[in-house]
Write a protein that binds this ligand. Structure first.
Ligand code: 5GP
Length: 173
């Protein structure tokens, strides 16, 4: 049996998301913004963030392998589903659930830059800066969390728990 302990509750997530959306809406009010969600973990944050935006935006989705079902990063990034848009000249905002080692985002930022976008920035709802293996500072940072494996709010453990509205720790009984 395992029990779930709430680490970050839905109210804190909601208010941080509103704050981030207000900042992003202001910063991109005169620009063509394409928000790119990193699947699967980013789906819930993307939906909430997009709903709070007060400017017109385009939405797209990318999927890349990171953890599989294990809890340790392989460091290998593979694109499983690419974005649909031609990003030439577009301002890209990558929307992430959580930055851990930073390897995925470093790869994605370099990939988008090489495809000729006008700019590429990063927004994450959760951040574990103590785990970084490469330099990766989010431009829009949500909530800093300690080095623990978390689930919920899009994040899974072996594809379970993604639908939880809070960010939780799994405790084995
Ligand atoms: P990074 O490339 O920064 O090491 O990994 C980023 C991705 O790994 C996150 O978007 C997330 O999907 C996954 N990840 C990192 N830490 C955790 C964690 O504590 N729990 C879960 N479920 N996934 C994590």
């Amino acid at each position: 049996m395992s029990t779930l302990k709430v680490m970050i509750g839905r109210d804190e997530i909601r208010s941080k998301t509103k704050e981030l959306a207000a900042r992003i809406s202001e910063d991109y009010k005169d620009k063509d913004l394409l928000m790119v969600c990193v699947l699967k973990g980013g789906f819930m944050f993307m939906a909430d963030l997009a709903r709070e935006m007060t400017i017109d935006v385009n939405l797209d989705f990318i999927s890349c392998s990171s953890y599989g079902s294990a809890t340790v990063s392989s460091g290998v990034v593979r694109i499983l589903k690419d974005i649909d848009y031609d990003i030439t000249g577009k301002h890209i905002l990558i929307v992430e659930d959580l930055i851990d080692t930073g390897l995925t985002l470093k790869y994605l930022k370099d990939l988008f830059a090489a495809k000729g976008c006008a700019s590429v920035k990063v927004c994450t709802i959760l951040d574990k800066p103590s785990r970084r293996r490469v330099v990766m500072e989010p431009d829009y940072e949500g909530i800093i969390i300690p080095d623990a494996f978390v689930v919920g709010y899009g994040l899974d453990y072996a594809e379970k728990y993604r639908n939880l509205p809070d960010v939780c720790i799994v405790c084995d009984d």
